[in-house]
Design a binder for this molecule. Structure first.
Ligand code: MRU
Length: 348
């Protein structure tokens, strides 16, 4: 698949920084930010400068490595303490996407495996592990594209939500990887991007990256999805996800479950694309997935010149919701296309 954009997150090990596309500036300017400390990376994730489940995981792994790379540790004990702290800081950035915790656990395991080695060697091992997590993410997204493209017929309409494209991973994305591959293979698609209130990832990011790739994309407000489906313009809904529970319930950007209900009503297949690192065997059902709540000002003030709501109005701003497995037609991972019932094969 071709290179549409710089990698969303990249390690500059020589200078000890993480270089990331600042997604809060898109689509108006494509800027890279350089982040050095776990605190800076945590803040960038909280502010959605780095966002999307796979990208958050890779950034956390890089942040863990940088904590080792950028400190002066006379012995393994001081490095151990610093990495424990770095892990806690990075883990506190956002609660829902499991890739973050998965990546930190992998880094921790790599650290403990090399614990007895000199500090320099441990740091090298952490660099290798962060690099492996990044490389695996790229390969997984590419494979999701190769499997998922089989679900898309020439001339079909696709509705997607939030941004599960290039910007949500290191490259290619999850839900949009099949779309990019279809486009490269000459399969004509018409993509509808839901704007994704309140942070507008669909309007700002998905519409940006698809139009930049020359893919036919139409922006709709979230409340237009039913109309567009009713018009017969949608042959498939494709989204990414932030965490899959062990029973196959799927947590993704708020609004996803509503689209799944609509898709079931209109008889439209609903596909979820995610790397295996998004599957959380420790959470039995969707009810156990922690849902991030963000400030009400994202609803009432952000994007407006003046507040759009009377003062003192209560707000509720959950960032994610859970789609029950019964509404999912198929899940696409790097290992293939999984059909219900989603059981142990999720983990094989
Ligand atoms: O709040 P965000 O922008 O990080 O939410 C992202 C999503 O919900 C994506 O759909 C999800 O991370 C899948 S990304 C491949």
């Amino acid at each position: 698949m071709s290179r549409l954009l710089p990698d969303t997150v990249r390690l500059d090990a020589e200078n000890g920084v993480l270089l990331a596309i600042d997604q809060s500036k898109l689509p108006n300017s494509l800027e890279l930010i350089a982040l050095k400390t776990p605190e800076e990376i945590r803040d960038a994730i909280r502010a959605l400068k780095i966002r999307g489940a796979p990208a958050i995981g890779v950034a956390a792994a890089m942040g863990y490595y940088l904590a080792a790379r950028n400190g002066a540790y006379p012995d393994t004990d001081s490095l151990t303490a610093a990495l424990k702290e770095a892990k806690a800081v990075l883990a506190s950035s956002r609660p829902t996407a499991v890739n973050l915790f998965w990546a930190l656990e992998r880094m921790d395991k790599a650290f403990h495996k090399h614990h007895a080695a000199p500090v320099g060697e441990i740091t090298e091992a952490l660099l290798a592990e962060a690099g492996a997590i990044r490389d695996e993410d790229i390969a997984a997204c590419r494979a999701i594209g190769e499997h998922g493209v089989k679900l898309l017929k020439d001339g079909c309409g696709v509705l997607t939500h939030c941004n599960a494209g290039w910007l949500a991973a290191v490259r290619y994305g999850t839900a949009l990887a099949p779309v990019y591959l279809a486009h490269e293979q000459g399969v004509r698609l018409k993509v509808f991007a839901g704007e994704t209130r309140p942070l507008l990832q669909g309007a700002r990011l998905t519409a940006f990256e698809l139009s930049r790739a020359g893919i036919d994309v139409t922006l709709i407000a979230d409340n237009m999805a039913s109309r567009v489906m009713r018009n017969g313009w949608v042959d498939a809904v494709i989204t990414g996800c932030d965490r899959v529970a062990a029973n196959g319930d799927v947590c993704n950007k708020v609004g996803t479950s509503g689209l799944a209900v609509l898709a079931a009503y209109y008889g439209i297949p609903f596909y979820v694309c995610a790397p295996v690192s998004t599957i959380d065997p420790k959470t039995p059902t969707g009810a156990g997935i922690p849902i991030e709540e963000r400030p009400g000002s994202e609803l009432t003030e952000l994007w407006y010149r003046e507040p759009m709501t009377a003062t003192n109005v209560r707000t509720y701003n959950p960032s994610f919701d859970v789609t029950p497995r019964a509404l999912i037609t198929a899940m696409v991972t790097e290992r293939g296309i999984l059909k219900p019932p989603f059981g142990m094969e999720l983990f094989l």
